[in-house]
Design a protein around this ligand. Structure first.
Ligand code: GLY
Ligand code: MN
Ligand code: MN
Length: 461
């Protein structure tokens, strides 16, 4: 509720003017029922929160290209407030949120036809599955009903998503401070989980630990340090479960000698973190685990090296794939006889048997944050797809300072003919969060070590 939100709204108004003007309408997320009369914890819509910092449900922001902005929010309600907490209310909202006017959400149907009158365009975020489209239809009809008084509705309905996505892709200093904090808390949670496993297996070398017990350590650290909770369902994968990419922490038991893969990150003040580590349950990697682990570390190093301004986002993936594919040849996961040269393996994507996901994504308010991955100003080109057809696509976008990406290579070995048995059921991923700086990148999630020796030392300590 501050100067930053006012500045973001002013920036959005500038962009609306540059695009021909109009009226932008952004609503917060709907409340969702979990069971009967119990709700899921409310999380405001990311775009709405970015523009207002307001976290109550039932709120809508309206912004005109000339910079005028109005907020609609819930009325004060003394009885309800006894149950669900204090509401800001329209009267206090104007000053608290720095908007030009604030009214009851109940005024929306009366006020919106007035605001839409004579506007060249109306802008909303398309495809959010909310009720705004239906409401908008009613407001537009209401404007048209007044046409005999010279009122006229906008003649175009435009998608606001690209404009907001692009603004959110570049993080300002205040946002980076929150992201560093989120990453530091998550790193501490990973350290806590590693130490917890090490202590348990030291005390009971033949013991077992359920994935959910390890998850509890993560949640404890997130909340202890003031995070809202996990930014996405925590993945805690014991042994072979690591080969299921989105396995959720469940009742499977982790045993000495197995690896534990944790992909978990907290959300702090609206911003996500996203960290993965894969560590040995009892503190020491076996020889085959260590061989594959070191390949993934080297792949991540290669991705880090090309995460700098001017490099394309996809370069990190290409760099990681090259190291991983070479590692697959070195370990016999793939063979020259069956799969050809390193370049053949890359061109035919044979590495996808063991590495089937991308190497990173934008990170911000959403764990898979907003922002185009392609450079649409550059000419498209054609390339083969994995199914034997051809696809036309634009080049990957170049990185710029202020963007935040994850770097998350992995190797996942399911049993199969020709795959050396010593590697079966090993799943490894390493994931860090990188802020693109003017000269390279800053890894903000390294409060938890990555290198095998450092993880073993931590678990011994
Ligand atoms: N944790 C989800 C992801 O790594 O993309
Ligand atoms: Mn990720
Ligand atoms: Mn992740």
């Amino acid at each position: 509720m501050s100067a930053v939100h006012r500045e973001r709204r002013a920036e959005l108004a500038r962009r609306l003017r540059a695009a021909g003007g109009g009226l932008a309408i952004v609503s917060t997320a709907p409340e969702a029922m979990r069971s009967r009369d119990s709700e899921y914890p409310f999380r405001p819509d990311s775009h709405f929160h970015h523009l207002t910092g307001f976290d109550e449900p039932e709120a809508t922001l309206v912004l005109r290209a000339d910079g005028h902005c109005e907020l609609f929010c819930r009325d004060k309600h003394p009885e309800q407030e006894v149950w669900t907490g204090v509401r800001l209310g329209p009267e206090a909202a104007r000053d608290a949120l720095g908007v030009d006017a604030a009214s009851s959400i109940a005024q929306l149907d009366q006020r919106l036809p007035e605001l839409l009158n004579q506007q060249p365009a109306v802008w909303t975020v398309f495809g959010t599955r909310g009720t705004l489209d239906e409401q908008l239809d009613g407001w537009l009809a209401a404007v048209r009903e007044q046409s005999h008084f010279g009122h006229a509705p906008p003649v175009s309905h435009r998608d606001l998503a690209a404009m907001l996505d692009e603004m959110r892709l570049f993080k300002a200093a205040d946002e980076l401070a929150l992201m560093r904090r989120a990453a530091a808390i998550s790193a501490a949670a990973h350290v806590r989980a590693m130490r917890f496993c090490a202590a348990r297996f030291r005390a009971e070398p033949a013991g077992e630990l359920a994935e959910y017990e390890i998850e509890a350590e993560l949640l404890h650290e997130f909340r202890r340090q003031g995070a809202a909770g996990p930014a996405y369902p925590s993945i805690v994968a014991a042994g072979a479960n690591a080969c299921v990419l989105h396995h959720s922490a469940g009742p499977t038991r982790l045993r000495a000698g197995e690896l534990c893969l944790i992909d978990a990150g907290c959300e702090f003040d609206g911003y996500a973190s996203d960290i993965t580590r894969t560590f040995p349950a009892s503190g020491r990697y076996s020889a085959p685990q260590r061989e594959l682990y070191d390949i993934v570390v080297a792949a991540q190093d290669a991705a880090v090296a090309v995460t700098r301004p001017g490099e394309r986002h996809r370069e990190a993936h290409h760099a990681a794939v090259r190291v991983l594919a070479q590692g697959m040849l070195d370990t016999g996961l793939l063979s020259h006889d069956r799969h050809g040269t390193l370049d053949d393996i890359i061109e035919r994507a044979s590495y996808r048997q063991f590495y089937m996901h991308g190497t990173g994504h934008w990170l911000g308010r959403d764990v898979h944050d907003t922002g185009d991955y392609l450079s649409r100003d550059e000419a498209p080109f054609e390339q083969p797809d994995y199914l034997g057809g051809r696809v036309v696509k634009h080049p990957s976008r170049k990185l710029e300072p202020g963007m935040v990406v994850t770097l998350e290579p992995g190797l996942y070995v399911r049993p199969a003919e020709g795959v050396p048995e010593r590697y079966w059921h090993i799943g490894i991923r390493i994931e860090d969060d990188a802020v693109v700086t003017p000269t390279g990148c800053e890894l903000i999630s390294r409060g938890v070590p990555v290198r095998a020796d450092e993880i073993e030392a931590l678990m011994r300590g």
